[in-house]
Design a protein around this ligand. Structure first.
Ligand code: AMP
Length: 209
């Protein structure tokens, strides 16, 4: 099963991606996590994208396309994969079709209102080690893996508005791109993650089989 998760930043793509990955036994691939790791590890790619990520801009298509091409050619992706954060532009969507024609079985669009997204992003902490996200409260260590929790630099209020604008201009058109292929499932992203996951599973079989 090859699944694409679409939706604004803060819609819950990471959380649902992890649940789906466990349920289907396939890897959840977050381009954001991959890029942040490259920044932490100070690789040449990390140096190149550090400021782009900090400013909430998009990494150039050619860079991210070759990163994802390499990742999905890995042995662990033979049974499928879940893409979280890719594609983010029509060009990236078309590149994915070229690499693996008809490759996407289902695209899940997590629909969350703009005001909720702003509140979620400004009020969340991310685990440095496993990328899990939590609402800000009195914890500093990830309950899942023990990693440090921190506020992402691009989750500062000043950058959030810009990221949403970038999403609306560049990524939102992918909703119609996949809808027109008959591969889109739209799920409301408000509420408890477990309930959203159930709704998602109920819907996914409609287009995924
Ligand atoms: P995310 O964790 O998905 O919110 O991604 C964090 C940041 O990584 C984004 O704001 C972009 O700067 C960069 N990024 C992640 N995925 C992509 C992509 N597919 N295309 C371009 N930039 C990306």
């Amino acid at each position: 099963m090859r699944i694409v998760l679409l939706g604004p930043p803060g819609a819950g793509k990471g959380t649902q991606g992890v649940l789906l990955g466990k349920s289907y036994g396939i890897p959840q691939i977050s381009t954001g996590d991959m890029l942040r790791k490259a920044v932490t590890d100070e690789t040449p790619l990390g140096m190149q994208v550090k400021e782009i990520i900090r400013d909430g801009k998009l990494v150039p298509d050619d860079l991210i396309i070759s990163l994802i091409e390499e990742r999905i050619s890995g042995d662990d992706c033979r049974k499928g994969f879940i893409l979280d954060g890719f594609p983010r532009t029509i060009e990236q969507g078309e590149a994915l079709e070229k690499v693996l024609p008809g490759s996407v079985d289902v695209t899940i669009y997590l629909n969350v209102p703009r005001e909720e997204v702003v509140e979620r992003l400004a009020g969340r902490l991310t685990c440095r080690k496993c990328g899990a996200v939590y609402r800000k409260r009195d914890i500093s260590v990830c309950p899942v893996c023990g990693g440090d929790l921190y506020q992402r630099e691009d989750d500062q209020k000043s950058t959030i508005e810009h990221r949403i604008k970038v999403y609306e201009e560049n990524t939102a058109p992918l909703v119609e791109f996949y809808r027109s292929k008959g591969k889109l499932v739209e799920v409301g992203g408000m509420g408890e993650p477990g309930d959203i996951f159930k709704a998602l599973q109920e819907n996914i079989s409609k287009v995924g089989s």
